[in-house]
Design a protein around this ligand. Structure first.
Ligand SMILES: [Zn+2]
Length: 274
């Protein structure tokens, strides 16, 4: 199964999210009162050429972020994250570069519902779209907007298939959900970065490719078990530990949504090792 990395713009967050800082007060101080931004990072989504049909994991950012009212005017959101994208970098143009169009996609799996992962949704009304039920329920609750989910920007037709994990263990993950009939595309719950965050496992003959979303920013932070979180939480700690164990138990390509190295790991089939 061929997998393609498709970059839709760049993003940056505060430095502590990359280096880790367990002290909550220090994190809040840095978030609100400092301008210590990390480097600009890519925003990837992934195309999987599966025999059941083309499957897209996340839909990337949209240039609508520059339209007035699309993002909040002020507040904490702009203290936490900045995104950049040109219209020519959106998902339809990235698909076109490898000879595909949105209409060719059959299935979309969303790792979570933050804007830089669902900005391209408008192009995929014809697809079966999977989201974790926990993520969807939280994002559509009263708490959603205050936690970085902007339902007002979602397409009005958006009624995803809500994943309840019910298949067997997947390695040391106690729950999973098979997406394809051959069981080669599987999702596992990886909460922490967001409440219902999930990662996609693509099982090949020689290795499993992990489309980890925002679980960690890269392989190095996985090794150090630094989760990609604004504020530390128990779920994130458990998730990052579980994933760190998983990648040591079998040959894996570990691909984070915001890791500049991800396309090289993919192209060179660079199996995770320490
Ligand atoms: Zn996110």
């Amino acid at each position: 199964m061929k997998i393609h990395a498709l970059q839709t713009g760049t993003v940056r967050c505060k430095q502590f999210q990359l280096t880790g800082a367990s002290n909550v007060l220090s994190r809040l101080y840095q978030l609100i009162f400092t301008d210590k931004w990390g480097e600009w990072m890519p925003t990837y989504c992934w195309l999987i050429e599966h025999p059941d049909g083309l499957t897209l994991v996340d839909t990337g950012e949209t240039a609508q972020i520059y339209e007035k009212g699309y993002l909040p005017d002020g507040g904490l959101y702009h203290k936490a994250v900045e995104t950049r994208i040109e219209p020519a970098e959106e998902i339809p143009q990235q698909l076109a570069k490898i000879g595909f169009a949105p209409k060719d996609i059959k299935t979309v799996i969303l790792t979570h519902l933050h804007g830089d992962h669902i900005g391209g949704l408008a192009h995929f009304e014809h697809c079966k779209i999977y989201v974790s039920k926990t993520e969807y329920d939280f994002a559509t609750s009263k708490k959603g907007t205050g936690n970085g989910y902007f339902k007002k920007n979602w397409p009005s037709w958006f009624q995803p298939e809500l994943i309840r994990y019910n298949n067997a263990d997947e390695g040391n993950f106690s729950q999973s959900k098979k997406i394809t009939t051959d069981g080669k595309i599987v999702v596992v719950p990886t909460p922490g970065h967001s409440i219902g965050h999930q990662s996609v496992l693509v099982k090949g003959d020689n290795h499993t490719t992990i489309l980890a979303g925002d679980l960690t920013y890269n392989e190095s932070t996985l090794q150090q078990e630094i989760a990609d979180v604004l504020l530390p939480n128990t779920a994130a700690k458990q998730t990052v530990k579980a994933m760190h164990q998983y990648v040591q138990q079998q040959p894996c390509l570990y691909l984070s949504s915001h890791d500049w190295n991800a396309p090289t790991i993919l192209a060179e089939k660079r199996v995770y090792h320490e």
